[in-house]
Design a protein around this ligand. Sequence first.
Ligand code: NAD
Length: 286
Amino acid sequence: MHVAVLGAGTMGRDIAHVCAVAGHEVTLRDVDSDALDAARDHVESNLAGGVERGKLTDDERDAALDRLTFTDSVDALSGAGVAIEAVPEDVDLKHAVLSEIEGVLAEDALVATNTSSLSVTTVMDALDEPSRGVGLHFFNPAYVMGLVEVVLGERTAVEDRAVGFVEGLDKEAVVVRDTPGFASSRLGVALGCEAMRMVESGVAAPDDIDAAMELGYRHPMGPLKLTDVVGLDVRLDILEYLREELGERFRPPQVLKRKVRAGKLGKKTGEGFYVWANGEAVRPAE
Ligand code: NAD
């Protein structure tokens, strides 16, 4: 299958990697040549890491790289049977990208969006044939994470093909309706939100709350550390959106708003619910 991936950023480059390893011919398109160069380096280095860890052989790595094309040309997507857009989370931009590519894809192409929060139904309004549109919500890093949410828009008529495609990538498909936060973000954010309220009301320190979930419930990472990794600003945006759509139970905690106002955004700024150094959480923040 010829797979077109639009956007060579954090998600697109890893989705392209996954599709190429699964045996698809992949064309990764971006409008920014620096992003394309960085994506090529990133995928090469991750495939080399895969060889070192014994996940794939030298030949499999070489074959995957041979199947990957990095381009700024829309024509290079010609005849693709699957397109996955991973451009920034802006509905107008996504509409422009889907309108631009629909005509060059195969007539029966499946068109997917990797949006993490927008309505799939709304994103697919840009298509002449919205019934071929579906959400394929990959998780970061896509070449490691085993889950893809298959999000069904109001007019989606390609559920079985979408699930089959995901399974062919050796990922687990979870089918969800097009609702705010899908299944994963909604639950993940709810847990993080309650953990923040517990910090606020002095129930326990952040590292103890995280340890409770890591050791008591076998979560690989506690909800507060995860909030630091994702970014407090990102979580605040999601909570505000979910509050608008689903109600007051998603009201952002004051402690989150205060930290974001102070520029304490988590791992990326060196402090959130933890103080970070060299990519590691070294102690809970004051
Ligand atoms: P990003 O900013 O890292 O990458 C986006 C890329 O799209 C950039 O390289 C940009 O140059 C490119 N782009 C912009 N306009 C384009 C166009 N017209 N045609 C082709 N490429 C274009 O963004 P990201 O973090 O990879 O997010 C992409 C999508 O995936 C968003 O919808 C986001 O919500 C979703 N998502 C992100 C994550 C995450 O952890 N980052 C996880 C799941 C889903």
